[in-house]
Design a protein around this ligand. Structure first.
Ligand SMILES: *[C@@H]1O[C@H](CO)[C@@H](O)[C@H](O)[C@H]1NC(C)=O
Ligand SMILES: *[C@@H]1O[C@H](CO)[C@@H](O)[C@H](O)[C@H]1NC(C)=O
Ligand SMILES: *[C@@H]1O[C@H](CO)[C@@H](O)[C@H](O)[C@H]1NC(C)=O
Ligand SMILES: *[C@@H]1O[C@H](CO)[C@@H](O)[C@H](O)[C@H]1NC(C)=O
Ligand SMILES: *[C@@H]1O[C@H](CO)[C@@H](O)[C@H](O)[C@H]1NC(C)=O
Length: 383
């Protein structure tokens, strides 16, 4: 579950800085804001017409769409297995794209609106709070209005940019509309993987479009160069901070997501021979990553890596002013170490390094590589 590590006031100060840097006098300029969530940070609705289910408690058919991600009531033992089966993707190695599992239709509600990124669970249980504090602060302190100059840009976070044409089109249309409506260029505010989505979007837009429509990009905790944690998720899964779940519970869904392969460590940030996984018999690094997927018996992960690597290898600067904020000083997994004969079925020892707890420092700092590439005022901030 994405956790909001950034205080609304921290973000507020960045946004005030943007107003100041554009010469706004107090309470004058309000750039419309588009919030782009991270991995797991958009709601997903599902509609079922299945012939088989993984447990008799799982529903087979529904008349309409229902909220499945994130519905906290579904995160309990057994019931969660239904959710995992409904949200797993099936990879087609001919078309090199994914689809839902048989009998499942999904949609991501609320593009342009903020409610679906403010709360992950529409019943608004406080545990599922996401961009809500930030939105409340923008509304109460800076007079923003939801849906008018404050928008959300949710997307199917299971997928990678090779399957996100709809997101890119929605982004362009929403930004054009809000810029026209408000008479000011937009600020794109992202969390985590949302930063990479925004980068992929901006790389596609012409410089003249960006000059006209985008004031700046504010990124919180973007994994610019990927994260070693993904290497771990492919073998152990991740409980998303939900303590009652064992990390393996969600693994069957998570490893089917091309976005997980997209966030594997990038060869722009990790050296080919740097060991990511150590075993007494063999080490795994980017140079033999295929062996890793072969030895954990998930070559689909390798296929997805090949499909998505061109996006992680394109680190062309976004061509807009960037404010890049991230955490530091939190132990973050850097290598997995297995005892003899323990790979891949038992838990590894985690060798930790610096980062924000999820993303390694070198990846978080990736935006600093653009300093020379673009001269329109990049300011990396640590908050
Ligand atoms: C917000 O609106 C109030 C009331 O109209 C006004 O007093 C205040 O200056 C505005 N603040 C900003 C930051 O625009
Ligand atoms: C449900 O799936 C079956 C095939 O498994 C199909 O015959 C039926 O028309 C589908 N129902 C709906 C409402 O789509
Ligand atoms: C796709 O997978 C099938 C079965 O695993 C395999 O026989 C085939 O060669 C693969 N095709 C491609 C294009 O990788
Ligand atoms: C990166 O993406 C941009 C925009 O799509 C494209 O113009 C550029 O050629 C790409 N660069 C590389 C190295 O692939
Ligand atoms: C794995 O890497 C470690 C650290 O670099 C090294 O000490 C060890 O000899 C390597 N093991 C193998 C099997 O190559």
């Amino acid at each position: 579950m994405p956790t909001e590590k950034y205080t609304p006031l921290g973000l507020l100060s960045i946004l005030l800085l943007i107003s100041a840097s554009t010469g706004a006098t107090e309470a004058a300029i309000r750039h419309p804001i588009v919030l782009v969530p991270g991995d797991g940070g958009s709601q997903i609705d599902a509609k079922l017409n299945k012939t088989e289910v993984v447990h008799y408690l799982c529903e087979k058919k529904t008349n309409d769409f229902f909220n499945t991600w994130l519905n906290l009531e579904l995160l309990v033992p057994v019931v969660i297995d239904c959710l995992v089966d409904n949200l797993r993707l099936v990879y087609n190695n001919e078309t090199r794209t994914t689809s839902n599992s048989p009998g499942v239709e999904t949609r991501v509600p609320g593009f342009g609106d903020t409610s679906s990124v403010e709360w992950l669970d529409p019943s608004q249980l406080s545990l599922s709070k996401y961009f809500n504090n930030i939105a409340n602060t923008l509304v109460s302190k800076l007079n923003y209005t939801r849906g008018v100059d404050l928008h959300g840009a949710p997307y199917d976070f299971r997928k990678a940019p090779n399957e996100h044409e709809e997101f890119f089109a929605n982004m362009e249309a929403t930004i054009e509309e809000t810029v026209k409506r408000n008479g000011q260029s937009a600020v794109i505010v992202t969390h985590s993987m949302g930063g990479l989505m925004a980068l992929a979007f901006l790389q596609r837009q012409s410089q003249s479009w960006k000059d006209k429509h985008v004031n700046s990009l504010v990124t919180l905790a973007a994994p610019w160069g990927g994260s070693v944690k993904t290497v771990k998720v492919f073998v152990t899964g991740d409980n998303l901070g939900v303590i009652i779940l064992s990390s393996g519970t969600l693994k069957d869904q998570q490893i089917t997501s091309p976005s997980l392969a997209w966030l594997l460590p990038s060869s722009l940030f990790w050296k080919p021979e740097e060991p990511l996984v150590l075993t007494p018999e063999k080490n795994y690094s980017l140079s033999n990553l295929r062996d890793y997927f072969s030895d954990i018996d998930w070559l689909t992960g390798w296929e997805m890596r090949k499909d998505t690597e061109k996006y992680s290898l394109n680190f062309t600067a976004p061509g807009v002013e960037v404010h890049c904020a991230h955490g530091v000083g939190v132990a973050t997994v850097e290598q997995l170490k297995y005892a003899k004969d323990k790979f891949p079925d038992s838990s590894p020892e985690l060798i930790m390094g610096d980062g924000d707890g999820t993303v390694n420092l070198r990846s978080l700092e990736g935006c600093s590589k653009w300093k020379q590439a673009q001269n329109n005022g990049l300011t990396p901030d640590h908050i």
